[in-house]
Design a protein around this ligand. Structure first.
Ligand code: ADP
Ligand code: MG
Length: 439
């Protein structure tokens, strides 16, 4: 039976792939079979794409080998099953205690559980959870970047915390780049570089938040590069966050830049409406505040351009106001407390608004976007529209596809294409940032 075909294929892959790859990418795939075809389900779009790019040929040839004839293998996104724990968790050679000294207060509170996932951060989240289930095995480094208040610090610390929890005895060090710099400077001054080296080079996972701050500091970069190389060579995990992609960090030493780009680089963008709403809901729940539905809608629509930090600020403000005036948290109170801070500029945007903004910025007729014309400028404009509809409005790939008479893989491809260009082409980045502002 084909059910067995998948199981046999899995067994074969388990023994032929590097264990970390198998754990991170293959173990959580499920499959339904029909005749001689295998439909393999991945737990997320991101996971599916990765498997497609890196393992599909391997899965096909293995299945063919097992079945004794060619097998059609297709990939889709399905429910999947939880990622299995690693077969054997690597145990550090010496029982050095976990270093937590430089953890900032509150850092422990960051977890994957209280991180709300949406189109704005799903890639970063997926990368982070893959790293947490297979440190040193999935991507190295994981480089997360994005604007202020979008959840970078939360996510990288959540990764560190998950590793601590899952791999007891692992030495996990999470630190801000500023602290790294300060410690180095004071070690140099006190002639204690030995201790410094020992501290940073003996970890199993190193998380450096806001790594852009080391740019322009020659000695620090040199030290960091050295640490990076040693850790990487030893298969240790490195997780970095920054406000910009590596190639846009000014005065970043070339060696570091290429190291930073050598793993998975993912962007975090501003949350769309649905994600903002879910974040507010979650934060309210965590703080024991009951937020009525209409207040949730009001806040979500009003605080639009917002970073997550702004959403939190609004909630704090509301809570304070409610207790100050001794009133129930209702729409009236929300309007009084939040309204003046976020004056209404425009009505909330549906897909057409995206198109009108894109058409104007790229100087193409709005109607041409929905046509089937295919000159380079239009193709690009369409891709940007699709990207914004996904990332800013949170529309489903299939819904966007329908609008343009394309299937969802075309949309997915467009979103990835803009994502990639955004991270390596400053002009595209400026354009998209600008469009996001205007939405
Ligand atoms: P950054 O480091 O990108 O400036 P932070 O990680 O400090 O942003 O996030 C700002 C605040 O927003 C933090 O309190 C964080 O917990 C919260 N936050 C950000 N993204 C999310 C999310 N997706 N779900 C829940 N809370 C979030
Ligand atoms: Mg931060």
């Amino acid at each position: 039976m084909t059910e067995t075909l998948w199981e046999q294929t899995l067994a074969e892959l388990r023994s032929s792939l590097p264990v970390q790859d198998f754990i991170a990418w293959i173990a959580c795939l499920t499959s339904t079979a029909a005749g001689d075809a295998l439909t393999v389900q991945a737990p997320s779009v991101f996971h599916r794409n990765w498997v497609q790019q890196h393992f599909l040929d391997r899965i096909r040839s293995t299945a063919m080998h097992v079945a004794g004839h060619p097998v059609a293998v297709s990939l889709s996104v399905g429910p999947g099953i939880a990622v299995r724990a690693p077969v054997s968790s690597p145990s550090p050679a010496s029982p050095v205690p976990v270093i937590r000294k430089s953890a900032t207060p509150g850092q422990q509170a960051f977890s994957f559980e209280n991180f709300v996932v949406g189109p704005c951060n799903e890639d970063a989240h997926q990368g982070a959870t893959a790293v947490a289930s297979s440190p040193g095995g999935a991507y190295n480094p994981l480089f997360v970047y994005g604007g202020v208040g979008l959840g970078k610090t939360h996510l990288v610390h959540a990764t560190a915390n998950a590793i601590r929890k899952r791999f007891r005895g692992y030495r996990v060090l999470s630190i801000s780049a500023e602290l790294f710099i300060n410690e180095m400077v004071s070690s140099v001054r006190r002639q204690q570089m030995e201790t410094f080296h020992h501290r940073f080079r003996k970890v199993d996972t190193l998380v450096v938040d806001d790594v852009q701050f080391i740019a322009g500091k020659e000695r620090t970069q040199e030290e960091f590069l050295h640490t990076f190389n040693l850790l990487c060579a030893a298969g240790k995990q490195i997780v970095l966050s920054s406000d910009k992609p590596p190639r846009e960090i000014a005065n970043l030493e070339a060696g570091l830049r290429s190291r930073f780009e050598g793993g998975l680089t993912v962007e975090m963008t501003r949350p769309d409406r649905d994600t903002r709403r879910r974040i507010l809901e979650a934060k309210g729940r965590q703080q024991g505040i009951e937020i009525p539905e209409d207040v949730l809608d009001y806040l979500t629509d009003r605080i639009r351009a917002a970073s997550v930090r702004e959403l939190e600020g609004a909630l704090t403000r509301l809570k304070a106001k409610a207790s100050l005036v001794g009133r129930r948290l209702d729409l009236g109170l929300a309007e009084e407390a939040i309204g003046p801070l976020y004056p209404i500029t425009r009505e909330r945007v549906p897909a057409e608004r995206v198109e009108s903004v894109v058409a104007e910025a790229l100087d193409v007729p709005e109607t041409a976007l929905l046509s089937s014309q295919r000159n380079a400028r239009l193709v690009f404009a369409r891709q940007v529209s699709m990207y914004l509809m996904r990332k800013q409005i949170g529309l489903a790939f299939a819904t966007i596809g329908e609008r343009y008479g394309r299937d969802h893989t075309t949309v997915l491809h467009a979103v990835r294409a803009i994502e990639a260009r955004r991270s390596c082409d400053p002009e595209v980045r400026r354009l998209v940032n600008n469009l996001e502002e205007r939405l």
